[in-house]
Write a protein that binds this ligand. Sequence first.
Ligand SMILES: C[S@@+](CC[C@H](N)C(=O)[O-])C[C@H]1O[C@@H](n2cnc3c(N)ncnc32)[C@H](O)[C@@H]1O
Length: 318
Amino acid sequence: MNDWTAVTVETSTEAVDAVSYILTDTGAAGIQIEDAADFAKLKPGRYGDEIIDPSSIPHRQTGAAVTGYYPSSVFVPELLPGIKQRVLKLKDFGLDPMPAEVKSEAIENQDWKTAWEKYYHPVRVTRTLTVVPEWEDYQPSSDEKLLILDPGMAFGTGTHPTTQLMLQALELTVRGGESMLDVGTGSGVLSIAAKLLGVGKIKAYDIDEVAVRSAKKNLALNPAAKDVEIGVNSLLDGIHDQDADLIVANILAEIILPLIPQAYENLKPGGHFLTSGIINDKFDEVAQGLRDGGFKIDETMRIKDWYGIIAHKPTHAE
Ligand SMILES: C[S@@+](CC[C@H](N)C(=O)[O-])C[C@H]1O[C@@H](n2cnc3c(N)ncnc32)[C@H](O)[C@@H]1O
């Protein structure tokens, strides 16, 4: 049996981020991007110690290919039609995803591991947080907090724009000691970051059992996050009166909308709701949904085509 399946989507430069998100959201543990536009930007000249003429490097001439790597625990053939459908649906968000061809290929674990270890290194994702792959022996500077992840098992490595928006929003919002709910925890990255920033009690949920298993492994790699409670749950269905100070959710806009009333119910007055996963065309709808749901928007943040929103439930005095 092969250990990993690679799913490659042929698409356009403008849809690269959104397609990466779809692959990550359906369980890809790692993403590789080949984009003609990256080569177009290169000019002949000195790169490090080498003089390079970009035209001499074999590369694609048009469009882009995004490849997601899925662990053997994910049954990829079942996912392919849904991936194709979601990629085509990007047209509704004003992105051109064509040719939108989706193909899959089994790969040997060895190739994957080697490629991944070459590509994935410690990354400083915010002012104070650095994501470090489990196998790296990394010495932090005095102001750096380390978030250890096994990306081979996890959904998202902390470097996707939507995760970065959430990490930045956490850094801006957390004062210390809060209680938090993490909806769609994936790799557990936001819960681990929140713990490193000083959040108190955390309950994390994901609809996907594989994600929950991955998050448990990652939580165990981070001593600060050992007491995070985690379980399978869709959104905050069946969860009432949590009196949380903070709710975080990096899920696509369509899924954030039904979460809004649940988040409002489970937050204390004055508590914050941090969301991301919002592609630019969906921003107005989510922002309006938050205001209609009783929230006040404190800040909106953007990286590339993605938005993050910091909102709060007003206090009685507001
Ligand atoms: C893009 S990942 C975000 C992971 C991580 N929180 C981050 O910020 O990098 C979205 C996660 O939401 C989960 N998810 C999707 N729909 C959900 C739902 N209805 N309820 C709970 N989790 C859901 C997916 O399984 C996936 O792990």
